[in-house]
Design a protein around this ligand. Structure first.
Ligand code: HEM
Length: 424
């Protein structure tokens, strides 16, 4: 599906290079001539937004690491020093901390877009699975990053989450000792978390290359969910998709800047401004907002091992999504029931997120159990059954037809408005 190789080196140097390493040709066919479905909407700019956020996290992280000290006696103060004394250190830190939240906002939109438009279905299963691997790596990276400032929430969050592995029979305790580098969360833990937090973003970048490679093999899905058939269905990536992506990224940057400059701590926890103290347990140990739905699932099950399995299961189930959803029609646009269940699923995730921030007692536990059931039911019952039963709407014959139909509706609305105004 990569674009035709129409690249013509302009200078003798480029000609020479192209015969030895055809990198300019690769870039040309992947990001310039690459045929893009002409009906993509703005939800398709989130892949570019995610690439931008990955770059921002790596660059700001690299500079922060130049000033940070991974030692339990110095880590907290070194972060304070970055904010107060290092030139533009406050900006770097705010960009990196708020950037993590922005990265997760973007990834959730990107994943929900895939879910809504059925982008995980054949032939894009590997593309989707690589995405789930990226998501797991992002979760691990975010978790380890949050431990680095060595505040109360860093310490106690690390203690609670690493302890979960002790639930596994036989190997559980050895895994925990390995994670800690000793018999409790301490200096060796902070050191290994720092080392891995530095490494993982580069692993993510590597998997993103595979993700985009897989995307270029199958080509992009689109809001209509029908494959491009003729040249009329696509436009060249540059300038059409490039400009749209730049606009999407700019809007996202405005939103991101608002957090950096006006409310940098809004998405964090005040408790993390208190240095870690193993002798004082905070009244309320809560992870970052992006883990909350999974935290709610973990706590809704009374048995520790089953809770851990359910929590990991909630992500692992995504790997099987391409085979759980049996409907041949991709886009929820043409699946009236699937569309309703999709929105019910979004609400389920939001409610689980809210429950994750509440103490695990009384009504919150009961609600947690109900919504955990809904979460799994969506993947294991609703999608497999709907695919067999649902009466889908007629699909457009081609992407071009989808665009032209929309054009007709827009023209009709414009005509109606003109008539109304002329009459008035
Ligand atoms: C660092 C994180 C990620 C980056 C940089 C990234 C990048 C991209 C890019 C550039 C695209 C093409 C543009 C677009 O469709 O938006 C794309 C498409 C896609 N991504 Fe990701 N992605 C990431 C994470 C994920 C995750 C976590 C999933 C799912 C679990 C995922 C699933 C998909 C799918 C299914 C497509 C094809 C969409 C379509 O053509 O309809 N991605 N990704």
């Amino acid at each position: 599906m990569s674009g035709p190789s129409t690249y013509q080196p302009q200078s003798p140097l480029m000609k020479w290079l192209e015969q030895r390493l055809p990198i300019a040709g690769l870039v040309h066919s992947s990001f310039i001539a690459y045929p893009t479905p002409r009906n993509l909407n703005y939800w398709w700019t989130f892949g570019a937004i995610l690439s931008m956020m990955l770059a921002v996290q790596i660059v700001t992280g690299l500079v922060l690491a130049m000033h940070y000290t991974p030692h339990v006696d110095l880590a907290f103060d070194s972060v304070e020093r970055i904010v107060r004394d290092v030139n533009y250190g406050w900006l770097l830190r705010n960009m990196h901390a708020a950037g993590a939240s922005m990265f997760f906002i973007a990834v959730y939109v990107h994943m929900l877009r895939g879910l809504y438009y059925g982008s995980y279905k054949a032939p894009r299963e590997v593309l989707w699975i690589l995405g789930v691997i990226i998501y797991l790596l992002m979760m691990a990276t975010g978790f380890m990053g949050y431990v680095l400032p060595w505040g109360q929430m860093s310490f106690w969050g690390a203690t609670v989450i690493t302890n979960l592995f002790s639930a596994f029979p036989v190997v559980g305790d050895s895994i925990v000792t390995l994670l800690w580098g000793g018999y409790s969360v301490g200096n060796p833990t902070l050191n290994r978390f720092f080392s891995l937090h530095y490494l993982l973003p580069f692993v993510i970048a590597g998997v993103v290359v595979l993700h985009v490679w897989a995307l270029h093999v199958t080509g992009q899905n689109n809001p209509a969910g029908v494959e491009p058939k003729t040249e009329k269905d696509t436009v060249p990536f540059t300038p059409y998709a490039t400009l749209k992506d730049v606009f999407g990224m700019s809007c996202f940057l405005v939103f991101y800047s608002w957090f950096i400059f006006y409310m940098p701590n809004y998405l964090g926890d005040a408790e993390n401004y208190v240095p870690a103290n193993p002798g004082v347990t905070p009244p309320h140990i809560v992870p970052e907002w992006y883990y909350l739905p999974f935290y709610a699932i973990l706590r809704s099950i009374p048995n520790k091992l089953m809770g851990v399995i359910a929590m990991f299961g909630a992500i692992i189930v995504l790997l099987f999504l391409p085979w759980l959803d049996s409907c041949k029609v991709r886009s929820s646009r043409y699946r009236p029931m699937a569309k309703r269940f999709f929105w019910a699923f979004v609400v389920t995730c939001l409610v689980l997120g809210w429950l994750g921030s509440k103490p695990a007692e009384g009504i919150y536990t009961t609600l947690g159990q109900v919504f955990t059931f809904f979460y799994f039911a969506y993947f294991l019952i609703v999608l497999p059954v709907l695919g067999r039963m649902e009466k889908t709407l007629p699909l457009p014959n081609s992407i071009a037809e989808d665009v032209l139909n929309k054009g007709k509706v827009a023209k009709a609305v414009a005509g109606l408005v003109a008539v109304l105004f002329a009459g008035g």
